[in-house]
Design a protein around this ligand. Sequence first.
Ligand code: MTE
Length: 326
Amino acid sequence: MLIRTKAEIPSSEITPRETYMNRRAFMARAATAGVVASVAAVAGGGISRLMRPRDVEAAEKLNVVGSPLSLTGEAPTSFEDITHYNNFYEFGVDKGDPARYAGTLKTRPWAVQVEGLVKQKKTFDIDALMKLKQMEERVYRFRCVEGWSMVIPWAGYSLSEFIKACDPLPGANYVQFISLADSKTEKLPFDAGISWPYSEGLRMDEAMHPLTLLTFGLYGEVLPNQDGAPVRLIVPWKYGFKSAKSIVKVKFVKSQPETTWSVMSPGEYGFYSNVNPNRDHPRWSQKTERVIGAPIYAQRKPTLMFNGYGDQVASLYAGMDLKKNY
Ligand code: MTE
């Protein structure tokens, strides 16, 4: 993965003071909204509770209810950072490239094909897929293998709901997710070193875990293109690269599928990719993370095993050596 150390981060990526001050004010507002959110969730939900700043052109709003699986008490990262500090190599290797160039991505018409070990091949039109289940707002920690993290209010429903609708056969042990690769609407740059299409995979029990989110939005609105519109995956206890964007195909398979980064550099990026502070990346430590948008004094914090979701997911890996199965 294309990694830059702190010293290599160009000044253009250092937040201007004015933006920084606005962000602090926004995060304070968002933290308050989070409290209201929990109350709304207990009361049975409603439309999204976390609102993005008004000065950004509005996108299509989603009808989302609260979720007991949301974090409480952690201020969400600003909408600006979530949408301007991205990895979406189809549009370039710089963190600002997706926001600059993903406007060319055409998200309608869009369909997700289901194939492999299923009773019957199926194609889900995106608008039908969005209505398959009630969407929830899930505020999750998001940790990138490069060493930065955010807190993001995603919108979607558990992937397990979609998998049930796919009718997989008993021999389907893994699920593979394949992203769009379309040279007419995406740059697909050579210097990303990726053999397109981008693809990722999960073991079936990981895919069926209630935390694994089929994601259509953030901050209560449809995903901005740079964040993986119109549909992506979010697996909050794994490094961000497991969360494939702009998915066009889901394949149920018997054996562990090849995935983009593990094929490109298997010694660095394993199939499991659980956030694991005890297993350093060969070129850097994973013990701490840089919290994007946090005040200087709180920018570095210790990384938690499974990104803090250990109570929910550790049992999936009982008996496995997670230093070997990284
Ligand atoms: N999906 C596709 N199709 N292409 C990508 O380049 N990058 C991955 C993941 N999903 C990527 C992708 C990586 S490395 C990360 S860290 C996350 O998306 C970034 O998601 P974000 O930009 O919404 O923060």
